[in-house]
Design a protein around this ligand. Structure first.
Ligand code: ADP
Length: 211
């Protein structure tokens, strides 16, 4: 898509994805400060589990009533224990939760466009490609980062140990698998300033309708 003139009448929806600690949230914050409407799929994920939603009932049916904690909500720790290290169960869970997130994201995109038709919308989603949400967005921005830097940033952000981060990175799509699908690749292995510069370049291209 790069280099062609953007001719769509409706506002643009950027899909923003990337590996753990690659800088998705940092990039989204910057785009928000420049006027974008940001939808955080992770936050929608938390809403998907809430009491009496369709996903809530499907989780209870699939994983048992003991997944509900004393407060009546799904206990994410208990649920996590039930799917940990069991790919089929994890798959069953994502097949419940991802469609709910997708529905909420599509609704929020519509709402954002109705409120401010010219405003760029950003859908920030770690699992955008895995969940197959590319059709919700017009262009795909992918943040990439060298593995050792991802481990360093994730451990200092989350207080988790390096081995756990590395295991998560190895279980996710690789940088190459993501960039193969990207319209824009943002390399965030450098400084915050370097990140901002790349974002600015691509943001200005959008404003000039050249993407
Ligand atoms: P993601 O949302 O992809 O998991 P974040 O945006 O949360 O990643 O970034 C991971 C951590 O690294 C955060 O603590 C963030 O403040 C920090 N960070 C992001 N980009 C840079 C950078 N270029 N230089 C230094 N620290 C960074």
């Amino acid at each position: 898509m790069s280099g062609c003139v953007y001719q769509k009448e409706t506002p643009l929806i950027i899909g923003l994805t990337g590996g753990i600690a690659s800088g998705k949230s940092t990039a989204a914050e910057t785009l928000h400060s420049w006027g974008a409407y940001v939808i955080d799929a992770d936050k929608l994920g938390h809403r998907a589990y809430l009491k009496d939603t369709a996903a809530f009932h499907a989780i209870v049916d699939t994983f048992g009533a003991d997944t509900v904690g004393e407060d009546g909500e799904i206990d994410r720790r208990i649920l996590g224990g039930k799917v940990f290290g069991q790919p089929e169960k994890l798959e069953a869970l994502t097949q419940i939760v991802w469609p709910s997130i997708r529905t909420m994201a599509a609704q929020e995109i519509k709402l954002a466009q109705a409120q401010a038709p010219a405003r760029v919308v950003v859908l920030e989603a770690a699992v955008l490609l895995e969940a197959g949400w590319q059709d919700l967005v017009d262009i795909l921005w992918v943040t990439v980062i060298e593995k050792n830097i991802a481990i360093k940033r994730a451990t200092s952000r989350d207080g988790v140990d390096a081995a756990a981060v590395e295991a998560r990175i190895n279980s996710q799509l690789s940088n190459a698998e993501r960039t193969a699908k990207a319209d824009v690749v943002i390399d965030n292995s450098g400084s915050l300033n370097e990140l901002q510069k790349q974002l600015q370049t691509h943001w200005l291209k959008l404003e000039h309708k050249q993407i």
